[in-house]
Design a protein around this ligand. Structure first.
Ligand code: ATP
Length: 234
């Protein structure tokens, strides 16, 4: 679904990603792991057109998207849930969702409707008239995911969905993402929570020094303590 080849990107004069190759296969969950500062978020930002592709290529379902503006990339079917969640705090849950539904690309029968996201996240249904700023961290994360789904994405990108959440909420988010996986949604996930990431993912890319230093299955990495110690400091 998503192919990144020889990607170089960074901030101004500072290059952070040096020749990254990464594939997120259709219908699979791909997790990017790595220590703080390895370049995981930077990679996602480049995919979303928020940072320049200085060298290399990014394509979605065979179509080049490297260098396109963020809204064009979103229109081609990538929805992004950033680390910061980016909920509109002064809008209600209903308004946050309605806005996403309005800007979603017009396509064939949309897979995701307001009713369907509320079925997935009933908690949001109870909070429809609350402001974004009145939500707990877990509710904000649910809203951010629900909003992304309303874009009817071909690829859902999640940056640290468990960050700052209590263990019980982390489990709930995990179960929801498992439902999406069972439904066949292609996902690319950056995650510090090793157990969360390896139990969801089909494939893992380990990032270090701005590139992919290892790729393989969650089973392989779970069994390899040396690899974990070297690249995750676990
Ligand atoms: P983390 O979990 O800490 O976010 P990460 O793997 O996502 O880790 P990135 O946020 O991609 O790491 O950061 C990679 C490198 O880019 C780091 O050295 C960081 O200091 C640098 N960096 C990140 N954001 C900026 C920025 N806005 N300007 C300059 N350098 C940045």
């Amino acid at each position: 679904m998503l192919e990144i080849g020889g990607l170089h990107t960074g901030y101004g004069e500072t290059r952070v990603i040096h020749g990254l190759d990464l594939v997120a296969r259709a219908g699979r969950v791909t997790a990017i792991l790595g220590r703080n500062g390895a370049g995981k978020t930077t990679t996602l930002k480049a995919v979303m057109g928020l940072l320049p592709v200085l060298e290399g290529e990014i394509s979605l379902a065979g179509e080049r998207i490297g260098g396109l503006a963020p809204f064009e990339i979103a229109r081609r079917g990538i929805a992004y849930v950033p680390e910061t969640r980016d909920i509109f705090p002064s809008l209600t849950v209903r308004e946050n969702l309605a806005l996403a539904a309005r800007i979603a690309p017009v396509g064939d029968a949309p897979r995701w409707t307001m009713a369907r996201v509320l079925e997935l996240f009933p908690r949001l249904g109870e909070r429809m008239d609350n402001g974004g700023n009145q939500l707990s961290g877990g509710e904000q994360q649910m809203l951010a995911i629900a909003r992304a789904l309303l874009m009817n994405p071909r690829l859902l990108i999640l940056d640290e969905p468990t960050e700052g959440l209590a263990p019980i909420i982390v489990r709930q988010i995990h179960d929801k993402l498992m439902e999406l996986k069972a439904d066949g949604l292609t996902m690319l996930l950056v995650e510090q929570n090793f157990g969360f990431a390896t139990s969801l993912a089909d494939e893992v890319c380990m990032m270090g020094r701005g590139t992919c230093v290892w790729r393989g299955t969650p089973g392989c990495i779970q069994a390899d303590r040396e690899l974990q110690a070297r690249w995750l400091g676990v």
